[in-house]
Design a protein around this ligand. Structure first.
Ligand SMILES: [Zn+2]
Length: 189
């Protein structure tokens, strides 16, 4: 293995900590960083207080096509691309900064984040592998996540055309939430 300077080593550790704090799984760390697996597991335990979860990563591109996931994924990927192409960030910086901006956006608009960091990372991989593309919405001109060979013309994004069940789903979710918090209050009493 190549000898790294102490500064470079420290930078890798900081990158690992940033990713772990944002919720990265081990597979993300292993593919993005050059630290040994042992050190990354130790870092993970230190930052999170628990061992990293085992198991496979989610890897279906279809996940990004459902209505709500598509809006969130499109928001994140547009931010990522801006940071990478316009702000000249490295892939890893664009990923972490873009993901932080995405979380901030969710917080400001009082929306639960749908995309976790690992999903965001997988999304970028799908674009790199030419499985996904950005398609321009013919109503708002915004670019949204689509399958590579999907239609490119006269298509409308999820934000411009919410499915009719979206309102109902939201109401159902709110009702569920209320029921849950009611149960918690009841338990506490
Ligand atoms: Zn649109």
């Amino acid at each position: 293995m190549l000898k790294r300077s102490l500064t470079e080593d420290a930078q890798e550790v900081f990158r690992a900590i940033a990713l772990i704090e944002l919720g990265a799984r081990m597979q993300v760390l292993e593919s993005e960083l050059t630290l040994s697996r042992d050190r990354m597991i130790r870092l993970y335990r230190e930052v999170k207080g628990v061992s990293p979860p085992k198991g496979m990563l989610p890897f279906s591109a279809d996940w990004y096509m459902t209505w709500l996931a598509n809006i969130h994924a499109s928001l994140f990927y547009n931010t990522y691309l801006f940071l990478k192409n316009e702000a000249r960030c490295s892939h890893l910086d664009a990923l972490t900064k873009g993901y932080r901006l995405y979380l901030e956006h969710c917080q400001h608009s009082e929306t639960e984040p749908v995309l976790d960091l690992t999903r965001a990372w997988t999304l970028v991989r799908f674009f790199d592998a030419d499985i996904l593309q950005l398609t321009k919405c013919c109503r708002c001109s915004g670019k949204f996540v689509a399958h590579k060979h999907d239609l490119q013309h006269n298509v409308v994004c999820g934000a411009c055309q919410p499915p009719s069940r979206a309102g109902k789903t939201k109401k159902a979710a709110a009702a569920r939430q209320e029921a849950l918090s009611g149960a918690r209050v009841a338990q506490a009493a």
